[in-house]
Design a binder for this molecule. Structure first.
Ligand code: GLU
Length: 454
């Protein structure tokens, strides 16, 4: 059996970080097992789906390098398949029309609530063969098509989830659930099953928020007489309060990460979040090599931005210099690159190093070191200027500054004013390293400018 998996995002929003993780695990599983990974756009919600979201989903997957096999499948193009499958189930008596009103369904629900039973519809229309009133494919009033669900109270729907083990549901608790609003308006669970059958999906790997849909989908497979795929439900990505990560917790759209993060870092982070690998940093190839659905965790992991930043900083350090400059959108001498990448967690933080490409601007008060006066900073800078003028090599400059520190009776007094003069900032790499990147001329210019300001 050749493995065939898919992700099925709805284009009603940008690619969510959780869907990106599902995509990664599906992709790793397919690549590991010599199978194929497919993309299906679930665009049946015509009002909320947009082409713009669809494009951005494709774009985000491409950015992450999660290439899919074959053509993109779109549910909106499958109306005829759903209709045929629905007609077949009606003909075989496995699905039936129901036109119970909202109020009737509501009072049934209320009664069930009082008896502490789960809400469901046990439809009396099933046996008296209600006939859909017209040939019109459009929905009429309250009419829906329902699956005739086994009322045997003993019946259990059981599946062996590859990640979570055996999962059981009582079929009788599902009621005769709806599968379409009209012949041309199949509902979510029905469309998913028809498509998964049509595409020959062997393993449905998706978020655990779909577990409750799975028994319904299994009954639809049975009604259609088709083989049931294997299921694996992935843990959810959680917010710090352990609720499902959503917009109110910050950025959840993958495209929002593009500005700051490298795709390799985001993938490694998402991969390691809910799967145990032998080490922390892995290339995609290494992840493929080690990936096992059985090594996916059962419980959800909290999205930890600091951890993501750490992964990112590791990948930033490994970038080729020219690639780094391109991604960061800056132009600095090559010698400056390690000084920046050593300390960079997010690409946009490169602005903290703007003194490499523009004149620093700062309030002269910043030149003051701790309890010392501005006058003392001025003296320190005058000495610094002399050292920088006559000393050529890095080590010699360094020891001259150490001596200056001793002479001034405070090491910080030697280094702080120089740091501020060169960068205009309180935090930076070693100012002597910066001086070497800037070159003698520019360094002296900045030091003299600082002296003049005092
Ligand atoms: N459209 C569903 C979602 O985005 C996909 C469900 C599935 O994978 O079966 O959650």
């Amino acid at each position: 059996m050749k493995v065939k998996v898919r992700i099925a995002p709805s284009p009603t929003g940008f690619l969510h970080i959780g869907t990106a993780q599902s995509a990664l695990y599906n992709w790793l599983f397919a690549r590991k097992n010599g199978g194929t990974f497919h993309l299906r756009i679930e665009d049946t919600d015509r009002e909320r789906s947009t082409k713009e979201y669809e494009h951005s989903i494709l774009y985000a997957l491409e950015w992450l390098g999660l290439n899919w096999d074959g053509e993109v499948v779109r549910q909106s193009q499958h109306g005829i398949k759903y209709r045929k499958a629905l007609e077949r189930l009606i003909t075989e008596g496995k699905a039936f029309w129901c036109n119970h009103t909202k109020e009737e369904l509501e009072s049934e629900r209320k009664e069930q609530g009082e008896k502490k039973e789960p809400p469901r519809h046990i439809c009396s229309h099933r046996n008296n063969a209600m006939h859909y009133p017209a040939s019109s494919p459009q929905r009429i009033n309250d009419w829906v098509l329902r699956l005739a669900v086994d009322r045997d109270v003993q019946r259990k729907i059981i599946f062996d989830d590859i990640i979570r083990g055996r999962i059981e549901f009582d079929a009788s608790l599902l009621g005769d659930f709806s599968i379409a609003k009209s012949l041309d308006d199949a509902l979510y669970n029905f469309a998913v099953v028809v498509d998964d059958i049509d595409m020959g999906i062997t393993h449905v790997i998706r978020g655990e928020d779909h577990i409750s849909n799975t028994p319904k989908q299994i009954l639809i497979y049975e009604a259609l007489g088709k083989e049931i795929p294997k299921f694996a439900h992935l843990p959810l990505i959680l917010a710090p309060d352990r609720s499902k990560l959503s917009k109110r917790h910050g950025a959840v759209a993958v495209v929002d990460y593009k500005r700051d993060y490298l795709p390799e870092a985001l993938l490694n982070f998402l991969g390691a979040m809910s799967h145990t690998f032998s080490k922390e940093l892995l290339t995609k190839e290494e992840m493929i090599e080690e990936f096992e659905l059985s090594k996916v965790h059962k419980s959800g992991a909290v999205f930890n931005t600091e951890k993501l930043n750490w992964f990112n900083s590791q990948y930033i350090k490994k970038l080729e210099p020219s690639k780094f400059l391109e991604l960061a959108g800056i132009d600095v001498p090559e010698k400056a690159i390690p000084l920046i990448t050593e300390r960079l967690e997010k690409l946009s933080d490169v602005q903290n190093f703007d003194y490499f490409w523009k004149e620093p601007e700062y309030d002269k008060e910043l030149l003051k070191w701790k309890e010392f006066s501005l006058e003392e900073s001025k003296k320190s800078l005058e000495e610094s200027s002399k050292i920088l003028e006559k000393t050529e090599n890095n080590e010699a400059v360094r020891s001259a500054f150490d001596e200056l520190g001793q002479k001034l009776g405070n090491r910080g007094l030697a280094y702080w004013p120089l740091r501020v003069a060169l960068t205009g900032k309180e935090k930076s790499p070693d100012p002597i390293d910066i001086a070497f990147v800037l070159g003698k001329e520019k360094t002296l210019e900045r030091v003299k400018k600082a002296i003049r300001s005092l």
